[in-house]
Write a protein of this length. Structure first.
Length: 268
């Protein structure tokens, strides 16, 4: 059972809804575990996408990405200064030291599991590794702010505070989103803002938190392919994403790695 509150956000009251999201979230997380050993210098982003496509099909679920508003691939793979929605390509080979985000969304029994992680191709620079570490901290601290009675602005406020402490900026062109039976739903989950603002968080809400943190300025632009967002100043960008559900005491993360591979490095 579910219903929409006064803010138009779906409130899930059936335990089976949580079970459905756990299944979808775990398959998405397993896909990101699976792909980690293949991320290395010299491989193409299309090769990685093909591997993820095979994994998704083997699991008996479908990708929510391919065909979504015409999107052509199973995953989004965003490299270095690409903020999000990078399109896998047969021409783009990973270079040593590059950082990349792989974003996967699967649909299992109608439920959406949406998650992304950063990866290293070879050995990253100290500044690139630090950006990834801080971005992961932003995600997890944002999740810690989730509990019934808190505000969505609380999430953005803590993320912005951490990012600014390290001299980074927070992308405000994109945000997290509600999900469940629908890929993108209410609410918009901003990664910047003020505490005590926005809708109240209620038990039974499902949504993503997916901060995009830039080494330089926050401004972004969309490439000619009409999908890929990049930093205007071409500075590095990093992102992590989890899907979660609000419980009576906090948040249940549906997309935790079964192998504890929630942040790089994964192959050491």
């Amino acid at each position: 059972m579910s219903n929409r509150n006064k803010d138009g956000i779906v409130i899930h009251t059936d335990k089976k809804d949580f079970e459905g999201m756990r299944k979808a979230g775990q398959i998405a997380a397993e896909c990101l575990d699976f792909i980690a050993p293949y991320v290395k210098p010299g491989v193409t982003t299309e090769y990685l996408d093909d591997l993820c496509a095979g994994f998704i099909k083997e699991k008996g679920v479908v990708s929510a990405c391919i065909g979504y508003h015409g999107y052509p691939k199973y995953t989004c793979i965003s490299i270095n200064h690409e903020i999000c929605h990078g399109i896998p390509s047969p021409e783009r080979k990973l270079l040593d030291g590059e950082i990349l985000n792989i974003d996967v969304t699967v649909i299992a029994d109608g439920w959406h599991g949406d998650t992304s992680r950063m990866y290293y191709a070879g050995k990253p620079s100290v500044k690139a590794k630090r950006l990834c570490d801080v971005t992961y901290e932003c995600l997890m601290r944002g999740i810690e702010a989730v509990k019934p009675g808190a505000y969505f602005g609380d999430i953005g406020a803590v993320i912005e505070e951490i990012a600014h402490h390290y001299g980074y900026s927070v992308v405000d062109m994109f945000c997290g989103h509600g999900l469940g039976k629908v890929f993108h739903d209410e609410p918009n989950v901003m990664h910047c803002g003020k505490k005590g603002t926005g809708p109240r968080i209620e038990e039974g809400m499902f949504f993503t938190i997916e901060p995009m943190i830039n080494f330089g300025k926050k401004e972004a632009t969309i490439l000619a392919n009409e999908w890929t967002a990049v930093t205007k100043d071409r500075s590095l960008s990093a992102q992590f994403e989890h899907s979660l559900g609000v419980t009576s005491t906090g948040a249940e993360i549906f997309t935790l790695s079964p192998k504890g591979m929630d942040k790089p490095p994964y192959n050491e």
